[in-house]
Design a binder for this molecule. Sequence first.
Ligand SMILES: [Fe+2]
Length: 191
Amino acid sequence: MELEYDYGALEPYIDKKTMKIHHDKHYHAYYDNFMKAIEGTELEGKDVKEILSNIDSIPEKTRTAVINNGGGFFNHRFFWTILKKDVPFEGEIAEAIKEKFDDFEEEFSNAATTQFGSGWAWLVLDNGELKIIKTPNQESPISKGMIPLLTIDVWEHAYYLKYQNKRPDYVKNFFNVINWEKVNEYYMEAK
Ligand SMILES: [Fe+2]
């Protein structure tokens, strides 16, 4: 469970210290607690994606722990992959976004800044349709049958060290670190 790029790779938009704590402490804690929650249950050994895609099958007494920690594990694992600096907005996903949204940046930012409290904003494919959604806490779109293409973590731990209470500034800068090549790859896979 190592980050596949330097902690400082997204500077100055997302700072090194935040990345290190976010990845090594928060993400790892979700993973560890997810593993504990499924240990000794029928879910042991299954991938988190499979488990979260079918939350009704999670035994009731561990369901909340699995959704919170498995969601934290899955959502972050996905998030790390869509971050990269200076990737041009192009490819089929760019065309599809321009066709679907009048102002994607504004609509996505709006979802990210208005998610009350902790959570995530997402670009997903829902039955083949591009949609911007938000999820509270560690809920994941895969539990609603949607395919994630892009996400922003708006938990305070994702930005507070650098941005303090200014979530909109963090969201604005996030557009400099979207790995559109990866998002396009997810889009092509999902189509
Ligand atoms: Fe996070």
